[in-house]
Design a binder for this molecule. Sequence first.
Ligand code: FCB
Length: 482
Amino acid sequence: MPTSSVPRPRVDALPRALRFPDNFLWGVGTSAHQVEGGVDLDGRGPSIWDTFAARGGTRHGDSGAVAADHRRRMADDVALLARLGVPAYRFSVAWPRVQPTGRGLASQAGLDFYRALVDELLAHGVEPVVTLYHWDLPQALEDAGGWPVRDTAYRFADYAGLVADALGDRARRWGTVNEPWCAAMLGYAAGVHAPGRTEPGAAVAAAHHLLLAHGLGVDVLRGRLSPGAEVGITLNPYPVVTAGTSDADLDAARRIDGIANRLWYDPVLLGRYPDDVLDDLSTVSDLAHVRDGDLGVVSRPIDVLGLNYYRRYHVSYERGAAAVSPWPGSPDVSVAAPDEPATANGWRIEPDGLYESLVRVATDYDPPPLVVHESGGAFPDAVGPHGRVEDDDRIRFLDAHLRAAHAAVAAGVDLRGYFVWSFLDNFEWAEGYAHRFGLVHVDYATQARTPKASAEWFGGVVAANGLPPASPAPPGPACGDP
Ligand code: FCB
């Protein structure tokens, strides 16, 4: 249900210096297509994002062809990570670099790159956190129907096995799928992400097959990794608040909460779909893609649940507002435009939504330990005269979100780690290079890396395992604001 009833922390009432639990895992993240470039290397095949960009799906026609050129600069990037004092690095493997057509033999050169990356991380004392699928489906699999087709889930399981065989002896932390809501709903219903389809029924099938891929992937990873390995999935919760108070507004909020949150939590953590969400979706899908036994696979026990938090959704009823949208079966909902303050890409800054997300999953479910796998913001960074990027706005943003995470820990949530999005400025999907999320600035003309003030600040947080008393005040609206 909408989470507005979750008690909010009074951040200004919290002590200014906060310590996180011992062994808390601090890290930064990227994903393959957003940083690697090197699309001509390793026999890599095209992904749906190459095709989507070539067809004009991204701002200014930007693509991931070069991105932060990390495929070529990997060793320097890892050395930089270590210099910044970052203990863990969450990255994704590009499926089309490992299996150019999404099926059959692996590209040894592709696997070698990821082996080298993991070895380099370990040599620098940085813990690798592997994500298998961060949205770059091999185009050949999309040509065969993509995620709406059941076979894609089995192809993913094969691919998971290839990567596990190659990296299983050196990487201990594994995630199957990143943010399946985005992959299914932005990609196949709203059409604003690759592959750019606007087919609500297909999006519902894609959602199920992404979940099935996760479950099949867990089985494969369990079979190939050592018993100490940690396996999970990364979801992206959105606390939903109602912008109005009518029954229709409340129903709109229920619908959005259903598709954004419960459609993922319930199958993974409870082994069933929520009835009300199935009712909503049944207006666009006969749901015949859900087969007996599937939900048992989807709900295989996991060791960790990754959560990516960026913002809340403010929802009200509006007839016909969402005819083409990421909300299949719910055309009469409106997700409000953000008010100030917002990040450079217009996402409202609401750190207390992170607290709500963590408390909600811990309260409504019985999840495994949680890790924030992504939290960060885009800000209008500029390299100053002395080569410095003074991103105080990002520092305030992260400070406020870390306080919200700490408040969740204080409320009893078993939160084990926190990864800032992102290590490097990168290709922000449909937005191309318009927005910078990195702790490290990337000059795309020269590929020069410049750590921002926030990188240094984050190093201090890691070293202190908490927020030093000198941390700046959080930006409004802070946690605890009405
Ligand atoms: C998340 C994605 C990540 C990045 C951030 C800003 O939804 O997982 O790749 O684009 O948003």
